[in-house]
Design a protein around this ligand. Structure first.
Ligand SMILES: [Zn+2]
Length: 156
């Protein structure tokens, strides 16, 4: 599927995971930046348009996976600003019920969640927010929490 994309787009993407991660420049360190139709745009919007056609002007391209730099069209969907808000709240609830164990090892967290984990850990280490408590709260494995806390460069 990715081979249908222009080469200069493909060159900027890491396709190794289920999320296709934009490796080139990003807006605010989040959304990939890509020049197309003669102007600077967002790479996930380009990807959606490339596979689905023009984005209606009032619509936004949102991420099912909650990874802003992801450009996998299967992880993208159209929504309004209101959908975006609803979706974020939906995901907030969803995080607590995400599958346990092995599968949870690869759960993608947003940078905000990663920051929250680190902050919470520093503030309340060895309290109710031990690594196990944090793992439960974010629906990820204990090991992933340890990785986040111990590796400052881990970005989800
Ligand atoms: Zn994704």
């Amino acid at each position: 599927m990715e081979t249908q994309l222009p080469k200069r787009f493909i060159d900027k993407v890491d396709f190794t995971g289920s999320c296709w991660i934009w490796m080139a420049s990003k807006v605010g360190g989040r959304y990939g930046q890509y020049r197309y139709k003669g102007k600077m745009g967002l790479s996930h919007r380009f990807s959606w348009e490339h596979f689905n056609g023009t984005i209606p002007p009032e619509m936004r391209v949102l991420h099912k996976c909650d990874v802003p730099s992801c450009v996998n069209p299967l992880h993208l969907f159209l929504g309004t600003n209101q959908d975006n808000t609803d979706d974020m709240m939906e995901k907030g609830r969803h995080v607590n019920t995400i599958k346990k164990g092995e599968e949870a090892l690869n759960v993608k967290l947003s940078q905000r969640q990663v920051d929250e984990i680190r902050e919470t850990y520093q503030r309340r280490a060895r309290n109710e927010f031990s690594t196990i408590g944090l793992a439960k709260k974010f629906g990820v494995s204990n090991q992933q929490i340890s990785r986040i806390i111990n590796n400052k460069r881990w970005t989800g």
